[in-house]
Write a protein that binds this ligand. Sequence first.
Ligand code: SF4
Length: 480
Amino acid sequence: MMNGAQYVESLKKLKPTIFYRGKRLDDPYGHRALAPHVRTAAATYDLAVGGQHDEIMTATSNLDGAKISRFTHLFWSVDDLIRKIAMLRLIGRETGTCFQRCVGLDAINALWSVTYDVDKAKGTEYHPRFRKFLARLQREDLMSAGAMTDPKGDRSLAPWQQADPDLYVHIVDRRPDGIVIRGAKTHITGAANSHEIFVMPTLGLPPEGADYAVACAVPIDAPGLTLVFGRQSNDERKEEDGTIDCGTEWGVVGGESTLIFEDVFVPTERVFMDGEGEFAGALVDRFSAWHRANYGGCKGGNADVLLGATALLAEIHGTIKNSIVRDKLTEIVHLVETNFAGAIGSSALGKRLPAGNWLVDPLLANTVKQNVTRFVYQVGRLTHDIAGGLLSTLPSDADFQSSEVGGLLEKYFAGKQGFSTEDKRKLCRYIEGMTSVSTLVEALHGAGSPQAQRIVMLRQADLPEKTRQAKKVIGLGKGK
Ligand code: SF4
């Protein structure tokens, strides 16, 4: 396994094409826009080495028995599913933000199970091919991103009906030694600092959409692949690193990119689905179920830091003993632990798939994510309520450093004795960053928008069975 420094060094050997604010980045991993996200992903490596968190951060490969990072592991039992949630909470607490690497982990598990199913049904050879690829990923401890969401153009039209057929990634050429893909994927978490990108279809596809049913692995620096790193609220604060206004060294949310594939050649050994659209829906559903359950872990860890920061700020304000403030803090605990319980519950009720890995309970997993679309906003509101208007009006670090007004600001922004104004400002900037627009929108739409969960929830709830039960319990249909 690599440590964080080795991971960063391994990235520097790559030559990806990454644009940010109109310019191609010569040194993307050292650039202030990406560096906080690289640091956060590096934490997933550092926490896995050194032995302190072995039980949670590492696993034994079911492929060759080697000790590996849990981020490259197949979920081989209920215990693995539960330990994954524990891992996400741990890293969420250590970094206070999205650490990006779980998307690739869930993609690995989705591809492992679906390639098995496709081979069984159609006599293809995707599964042994994927197994070989995964063995390398585990051996080299690579970071992979999962690229599922296409730009989608006119959403009332199917992929092949779009005015521009490239609005969904599709196969434009099939050669004896591989395929050529074109299109784009967007909102892709951690892609810019991953070694490999798993391209996956975004929806189930009928036979006429076969060219859009493509799953494959593309190296981050593949010829023809261009990344455009997205903006986030307050992202210019990253330019102020070394100042308090920067907020956090870990970055806010996951560092998302748009990926543009301009006739990218993918060799056969990296192709895991080529036209089997009837299996694309299962791939999306399984990937989504695993990823939606995650949010009860990672967001719980993030909220642990937010809760601590908010309580500290209340102490500086001198309000921590106020029963109303304590009740609001209790409400944060209630929201976070409710959702953590859902994530653990969806793991505990997991079921074994034919390929051998275990899938979380989809109803509970989707309910976890549905809760996140509300709870993260509610937690943010409570932190704003306790922190006060200072969150949005606090003068800049430069003003506090000014020889003319700095002393006055120090005097008038002082809190309870024994606490520095600097710490007070740091807490405000952290809470501001972790509850601002990018964070909230990520909670709403990451791993699928709220309605996507509700569709699965209603399907999984099995209304016909419940109406039968109601009839039985209430004794309907016995009268004349
Ligand atoms: Fe992982 Fe959570 Fe970030 Fe998704 S949002 S990649 S589950 S840390």
